[in-house]
Design a binder for this molecule. Structure first.
Ligand SMILES: Nc1ncnc2c1ncn2[C@@H]1O[C@H](COP(=O)(O)OP(=O)(O)O)[C@@H](O)[C@H]1O
Ligand SMILES: [Mg+2]
Length: 244
């Protein structure tokens, strides 16, 4: 469904993505793992057209999308849920969802109606009249995903959805992501939560210092302790500062 080939992305003179290759099949979830600063968010931003690579190709459903503006990429059916949770804090849950639909165009008749979103996200239904700012972290994350669904995506890019959330909320998030996959939406999941990745994804990529250093099936990855130790275990310094 989407193939990134030899992607090189820079911030100024800093060469952040150094020839990334990733391929995702229709309807599957693929995780992109790696330490802080490895280039995960930059990879998602590059797909979405928010940063422009200097070199490389991104083919989506057979079409080159590299170099297109973000709104054009969104219209082709790719939605991005950023780490920082893109919701309007002064608008209610319903208003946040309606505004996402308006952005898609009035004539649009999609499968993700308000009723359908509330059926999938019961926590949001309870909070429909609350302002974004009054929601818990987990509810804000769910609203951020629900807003992305209002754009009827075929490919959903999720950037660390479980970050900072309690385990029970992470489980709820996992259930919702599973339901999204059942709708035949393809998911690229950036996560630090390995349990969530192995529960959802069929393939895993590990990025380190802007290079893909590992790619394997879920079974292969789960059995491969060495690769997890080498690229995913926190360093002593990171462990010492965890929770700061
Ligand atoms: N806007 C930016 N300008 C300059 N450097 C950036 C910017 N965003 C990220 N970086 C750098 O690019 C590298 C990759 O960052 P990022 O993709 O956010 O990593 P990750 O999401 O894996 O933690 C890091 O070294 C980070 O400091
Ligand atoms: Mg990131």
């Amino acid at each position: 469904m989407i193939t990134l080939e030899n992607i090189h992305t820079y911030y100024g003179t800093s060469h952040v993505l150094q020839g990334i290759n990733i391929s995702i099949e229709q309807g599957e979830a693929v995780s992109l793992l790696g330490r802080n600063g490895a280039g995960k968010t930059t990879t998602l931003k590059t797909i979405m057209g928010l940063v422009r690579p200097k070199e490389g190709s991104i083919r989506y459903k057979g079409e080159e999308i590299c170099g297109l503006k973000p709104f054009r990429i969104a219209r082709k059916g790719i939605a991005y849920v950023p780490e920082e949770r893109a919701i309007f804090s002064y608008l209610t849950v319903v208003e946040n969802l309606e505004i996402a639909r308006v952005a898609k165009g009035k004539s649009h008749q999609g499968t993700w109606t308000l009723d359908r979103v509330f059926e999938k996200f019961p926590k949001l239904a309870e909070r429909r009249r609350h302002r974004g700012a009054k929601l818990s972290g987990g509810e804000q994350q769910m609203l951020s995903i629900a807003r992305a669904l209002m754009n009827e995506p075929q490919l959903l890019l999720l950037d660390e959805p479980s970050e900072g959330l309690a385990p029970i909320i992470v489980q709820e998030l996992q259930r919702i992501t599973q339901e999204i996959l059942r709708e035949n939406i393809t998911v690229l999941l950036v996560e630090q939560n390995l349990a969530m990745c192995t529960a959802l994804s069929t393939h895993h990529y590990i990025i380190d210092q802007g290079c893909i250093v590992y790619h394997g099936s879920n079974e292969e990855f789960m059995a491969n302790e060495e690769i997890k130790d080498r690229y995913l275990t926190l360093s002593a310094v990171e462990q010492a500062t965890e929770g700061d």
